[in-house]
Design a protein around this ligand. Sequence first.
Ligand SMILES: O=C(O)CCC(=O)C(=O)O
Ligand SMILES: [Fe+2]
Length: 408
Amino acid sequence: TPRFTFTIFQPSLSTPVPQEHLGRHGKPVEDSPGIPSRLLPPSLSWLPSCPLGRGSGPLGSGSTCDYYHSIAWLEEAVSLFRLSYGSWNLEDRSSLEDALDHLAFSYFMAGNISHALSLSREFLHYDPSNQRVSRNVAKYKKLLEMGTGASASPLQRPNSTRLQSRDAYEELCQRPRGQPLLYLSCSYETNSSPHLLLQPAKKEMVRIQPYVALYHDFITDAEAETIKGLAGPWLQRSVVASGEKQQKAEYRISKSAWLKDTADPVVRALDRRIAAVTGLDLRPPYAEYLQVVNYGLGGHYEPHFDHATSTKSPLYRMKSGNRIATIMIYLSAVEAGGSTAFIYANFSVPVEKNAALFWWNLRRNGNGDGDTLHAGCPVLAGDKWVANKWIHEHGQEFRRPCSADPRD
Ligand SMILES: O=C(O)CCC(=O)C(=O)O
Ligand SMILES: [Fe+2]
């Protein structure tokens, strides 16, 4: 097997790879299974071995090796930057050079060295003094002379078991926003609650199975601003349940913070309103704190269930059963993207500022409702804020009685 001693220097990423992760994951590159030797990347001691063109590998260093998508994304960025070169400056944080640099590296990693070379040359046209890219150009040329990368195999779209519903997800997220949603009915609800007598909830039924309802004008602009302001200083990268633990995951990209009802009268009032509208008991430990979530550009939450699907889930630490229902409040509008998509039920709800979306996660017999698989679509422009309130089974025994009928 030919061994290359070159090192191609990756453009620096905004989040540097932590040192303790370097070289820890992969075997030496030449041992990597599944990499045709002709396309073997030069020895990159710091880089985990990515199966070329196969998308996400089991890496854990933050690198997913998804060059299929990084190339598509960066191609778009490069062509937009080329069109408007010099005329705009994204807060000084991005440039044509950045995009070219990363795109060249992605092509190199995907085995397409001639593309990597021509993009790096274009880079040098704008920034001729860059030593790293100049060295890379020399190495790409050498690799091409040696006959490496002559025929890069087409990149495969990454496919992991978690993404089986990927096609439906992408299609739902790309549906134009203006489409009529074919909702079922509208009503003013008081639920015999004194809180709602003067100001009934404006309920719109979205689906019966799974049961999904949208409450318009559920909060005011002022309340939304207060909640975002309270959460702002506490926002941290969101985590997901993974086995018995909670951890960061590439399929959930957002920041979030938890707000207790004692944080502010607005949070307490919101709890009371949710209790009145849903008729459910939210007193501790029957509901979780309010989770405020902020998605930036490209932020998303890929298809998932809110309820636990394993008895080991950290959700059960509350000892109040599974998450029987979700109520999610849209705290902001979004310029483009960001709908909430129900994958199996085949509909998506566009973000409507101040509205709340309610659904039952469990069926009346306590089983998870498989039809509730849902996702937060990628934010394409602007940013998105939501607040989640997850209500648990315990405490609801008389409010949502069980049923022996498996269809309920
Ligand atoms: O952001 C959305 O639209 C969905 C969020 C969601 O499903 C969640 O946070 O569990
Ligand atoms: Fe969710």
